[in-house]
Design a protein around this ligand. Structure first.
Ligand code: BJW
Length: 260
């Protein structure tokens, strides 16, 4: 690492160690190095598939088989990948810092698999199902529910007996889970440092969180190899993959504070 980059990471490590509270928002870019595709990059999902046919309720009502086929493919893909050094570094930061909140837009469960114990999932989790009608939730190991879609066999809700099960993810036009968005909002408002990592910051309300943090006086750090609409607002833009930048931050903290 060059001297100037080393100095940037050292200065950030000092700020993080002395901060009262740190809030991190992650997006699809954090899981890219694990092999999970992003959405809006040239090779992203929304350049191959139409969100209006797959990620909204009307599409599910019109053609549940098509939506289930797509989510079964993605569930299968996500079940085969592992956390990368970026996920692991975030789990380490939870241990190293005084007060640390991890908010994610990702549905892939990789933050938990990496060891993060407290993850605020804004867009749900692909491992769970929920009933489209009565909203009952079903965990992957629930013995009552036929959790998987098989061709010609749409899973029905064992609670209400009427609705279709669907993946417990947030589609366009749907509200985010109330407790999660409220917690993320209040952490963004009161944190001293906000890190926006691997997200295009294009989808609201998640994209408002770094803006809220900055407006409330937080030091804003963006980690993304590319520029986004957020970049001009950021106090520091680390133009690196998160699997490089986040472990470098952890290493800089450990160098400053060898007890950890
Ligand atoms: C790396 C990297 C590496 C690459 N390291 N980085 C007009 C204005 C404002 C808002 C709206 C509007 N029209 C409609 C809306 C609302 C809408 C919205 O925001 N739309 C925008 C697109 C304009 N939002 C909603 O509908 C939300 N609900 C809502 O607002 O409710 C209130 C309401 C109710 C009724 C009517 C209207 C409003 C719900 C949003 C749900 C989003 N759902 C998805 C799918 C989830 C399930 C699934 O996965 O199938 O969530 S869409 C998709 O986008 C997914 C993601 O979580 C989300 C964000 O994407 P993310 O994570 O930022 O990924 P990318 O691909 O965009 O970016 C990746 C980044 O990584 C890139 O920048 C790379 O450079 C970077 N990168 N490698 C670090 N190694």
């Amino acid at each position: 690492m060059e001297q100037q980059a080393r100095e940037t990471y050292r200065a950030l490590a000092e700020r993080l160690l002395s901060a009262g509270s740190v809030c991190v928002l992650t997006g699809a870019g954090v899981s890219k190095e694990s092999g999970v595709p992003t959405f809006r990059e040239a090779d992203g999902l929304w350049n191959k598939f139409r969100p209006e046919e797959l990620a909204n309720v009307e599409a599910f009502i019109r053609n549940p088989e098509r939506v289930w086929e797509w989510y079964t493919w993605r569930r299968d893909l996500m079940s085969k990948v592992s956390p990368n050094p970026g996920h692991i570094a975030l789990a380490e930061l939870e241990q190293l810092l005084k007060s640390f909140t991890l908010v994610t837009q990702n549905i892939d469960n990789l933050h938990r698999e990496a060891g993060s114990s407290d993850v605020v999932e804004l867009h749900g989790n692909i491992q769970r199902n929920k009933c489209q009608d009565c909203k009952s939730l079903f965990l992957p190991d629930d013995p009552r529910a036929a959790m998987q879609f098989r061709e010609g066999e749409l899973p029905g809700c064992p609670d209400c007996g009427k609705g279709l099960l669907r993946p417990d993810v947030v589609w366009f036009g749907e509200m985010l889970p109330e407790a999660e968005i409220q917690r993320a909002w209040s952490e963004a408002e009161q944190c001293e440092i906000f890190l926006s990592v691997g997200t295009s910051a294009a989808v609201y309300p998640a994209a408002a969180l770094p803006q809220i943090a900055k407006a409330a006086g937080a030091y804003l750090v963006e980690i993304n190899p590319d520029r986004t609409d957020l970049t001009p607002l950021a106090d520091v833009h680390l133009a690196e993959p998160s699997g490089v930048a986040l472990p470098a931050i952890v290493q800089a903290i450990q160098t400053l504070d060898p007890e950890n």
